[in-house]
Ligand binder design. Structure first.
Ligand code: GLN
Length: 477
C-alpha cells in the first residue's frame, strides 16, 4: 500500500471503493510489526481494539454517519491519558499505570472517528532532546538508525516518518514536537499556548506545555488542529477565542518575514543548515515575500530562562509522583523512606537533575536570584519578540543547530543536549505558535528543517506560508 501524504488522499480512495479503514489499519499494523522491533517508536499497540474500531467506522462510512477524521490513524505520545490504556510517561515510576479518563484532545479525535493505534516512546516526562531518556529504551531515527530521532516526542516523529501511523500527537514544552519532526523529515506544529486543552496531558512545565501535531502534510496538521482546538470545561487555561476554519489555510498572500542575524551568525550552527536557510530566504524573496534581517539582543538569555523556569515548574508538578497515589511503590517500614526510595528508583537521571535544579531555584535563599529574575527576563523576551511580530508576519530560523546526531553522542553532556533547544524554546517562552517544516536533506541524506514563528493565534497564516514553502520547494525539486 502506498504511503499516504494526507487524510484527504485516504478518504478519496475510501470513497472510490479502493480502500477501507479496516485494510488501512491492517497496513499500519503490518508496518509496525515489520519495523517497530528496530525503531522502538511505539511502546504499546492496541491491535485487537483498533481492528474492531476500524470495522465500525467502515460501517459508519457506509451509513454516511462517519466523522471528519474517519480514516485517520493516530499515534499518541506516552504522556496523554487514554482511558484504560497505559500512561507511563516513559518512566519507571509510572510502570503499569493505566488512565482512568481520556485527555480532551484525544477524546475530540476519537469523537471525530480517528483511531488511536498506540502509545509512543518519548523522553521520560518529556524531558530531553533525543529520546535517550526513556525508561523503555532509545528510539531510532528511521532515516539513519544509528541516529536519534530527536526528542522528547521522538517515537511520535519516527512513527510518522516510517509510516507506522498517519499522524502523531506529541507535546511541545520547549521544542519537543518541532525538533524531532526536523530530525525525521516531517512536519511539527506547536500551536499558540492555550489553543488546545491540556486536560489529560501529564504536566511538565505548565506555563510552557502545549499539545502539538506531527504530520506528513500541512493539510493533516490543519485538520487535526481544527478538531482539537477550543474551549474545555476541564481546563480553565484554554482560550475562549473562536477556532478558525484551519483547513481553509491556502492563500497567495505575500508576507513580511524577518530572520535574526544573531541566530544565523551563531558559531555552533551547522554550515549546511546555514546555507539551506539562506537559500530559502532567497527563494522566498523570489516568490515575492519581503524578507529582512533583524537583531534580538536578548537571545543569549532565552535558553537559561527556559531551563530555570521549566525546572522550577517540573519540580512542583512531579512532586505528585510519591509512590502512594500513582505507579510504582518501593515498600519500606518508614513512610519517608518509602517516598525517598520510590522516587530515587522510579525517576531517571535527567528527571532527577531537573527536580533538583528546580527545587534549588525555588528555595527561599535563591528564589529571587533565579526564579524571580528568570520571570522578569521572560517578560523582556516576550516584549522583544512581540515588538518584532508587530512589524513582521513571521520570524524564520533553523530549527536546530545540527542535524540528527548519533545515539550516545550527547548523552553524557546535559549542557550540550540543552543547546539543541536553542532555537525552539523562544516560542514556548513567549507562548506563540511555531512550526517546523522539512526543506531538504544535507549531503549525508539527513533531513533539514526550518522554523517559522508567528503572532499568537495566527496559526492560519503559519499554515499558509508553510504550505507555500513546501509547494515551491516541491516544484523546484
Ligand atoms: N528538550 C527540551 C527539554 O528537555 C524540550 C522538551 C519538551 O518540549 N517537552 O526541556
Amino acid at each position: 500500500m502506498k504511503n499516504f501524504l494526507s487524510l484527504s488522499e485516504i478518504q478519496s480512495e475510501i470513497s472510490a471503493g479502493k480502500l477501507t479503514v479496516y485494510t488501512l489499519t491492517e497496513h499500519y499494523l503490518k508496518n509496525i510489526h515489520e519495523k517497530n522491533g528496530r525503531l522502538n517508536a511505539f511502546l504499546s499497540v492496541y491491535e485487537d481494539e483498533v481492528l474492531e474500531q476500524a470495522h465500525l467506522i467502515d460501517q459508519k462510512i457506509q451509513d454516511q454517519t462517519a466523522g471528519k477524521l474517519a480514516g485517520m490513524i493516530v499515534g499518541i505520545k506516552d504522556v496523554f491519558a487514554y482511558k484504560n490504556h497505559r500512561l507511563e510517561c516513559a518512566s519507571t515510576i509510572l510502570e503499569n499505570f493505566e488512565s482512568q479518563f481520556t485527555a480532551t484532545c484525544i477524546q475530540k479525535l476519537v469523537d471525530a472517528d480517528a483511531i488511536i493505534i498506540g502509545h509512543q516512546n518519548c523522553d521520560e516526562f518529556a524531558m530531553g532532546s533525543s529520546n535517550e531518556n526513556s525508561a523503555y529504551g532509545v528510539c531510532r531515527n528511521p532515516i539513519d538508525e544509528s541516529r536519534v530521532p530527536g526528542g522528547s516526542s521522538g517515537g511520535s516523529a519516527a512513527a510518522v516518518a516510517a509510516d507506522l501511523c498517519q499522524v502523531s500527537i506529541g507535546s511541545d514544552t520547549g521544542g519537543s514536537v518541532r525538533q524531532p519532526a526536523a530530525f525525521c523529515g516531517v512536519i511539527g506544529l506547536k500551536p499558540t499556548y492555550s489553543r488546545i486543552s491540556r486536560y489529560g496531558l501529564a504536566a511538565y512545565a505548565s506555563s510552557f506545555d502545549t499539545v502539538g501535531i506531527i504530520s506528513k502534510s500541512i493539510e493533516d496538521a490543519a485538520i487535526m488542529l481544527e478538531v482539537m482546538s477550543g474551549e474545555d470545561q476541564y481546563d480553565s487555561t484554554v482560550s475562549r477565542l473562536e477556532v478558525p476554519n484551519f483547513c481553509d489555510f491556502k492563500s497567495d498572500k505575500r508576507y513580511k518575514i524577518a530572520y535574526v542575524n544573531e541566530i544565523l551568525d551563531y558559531d555552533g550552527l551547522d554550515e549546511e543548515i546555514r546555507k539551506q536557510t539562506f537559500d530559502l530566504v532567497g527563494e522566498l524573496q523570489n516568490e515575492g515575500h519581503r524578507i529582512e534581517a533583524v537583531s534580538i539582543d536578548k537571545l543569549d538569555y532565552i535558553l537559561p530562562t527556559y531551563y530555570v523556569l521549566t525546572a522550577a515548574e517540573a519540580s512542583s508538578n512531579l512532586s505528585r509522583y510519591d509512590g502512594v497515589r500513582f505507579g510504582k511503590r518501593e515498600e519500606s517500614q518508614d513512610l519517608e523512606e518509602m517516598y525517598k526510595s520510590s522516587r530515587s528508583k522510579g525517576f531517571g537521571d535527567e528527571v532527577k537533575r531537573r527536580i533538583m535544579a528546580g527545587t534549588f531555584v525555588l528555595s527561599a535563599s535563591y528564589y529571587d536570584a533565579y526564579y524571580t529574575k528568570a520571570q522578569k527576563v521572560r517578560k523582556l523576551i516576550q516584549n522583544a519578540t512581540q515588538e518584532l511580530l508587530d512589524q513582521y508576519d513571521f520570524i524564520i530560523s533553523p530549527i536546530t543547530p545540527s542535524p540528527a546526531f548519533k545515539i550516545g553522542d550527547l548523552a553524557s553532556d546535559p549542557l550540550k543536549m540543552y543547546m539543541e533547544d536553542l532555537y525552539t524554546v523562544q516560542a514556548n517562552v513567549v507562548g506563540i505558535p511555531a512550526i517546523s517544516i522539512p526543506i531538504g536533506n544535507n549531503s549525508q541524506g539527513l533531513p533539514i528543517g526550518i522554523q517559522l514563528m508567528s503572532n499568537s493565534f495566527n496559526e492560519l497564516e503559519l499554515l499558509d506560508i508553510s504550505n507555500q514553502i513546501i509547494t515551491f520547494k516541491d516544484q523546484n525539486r
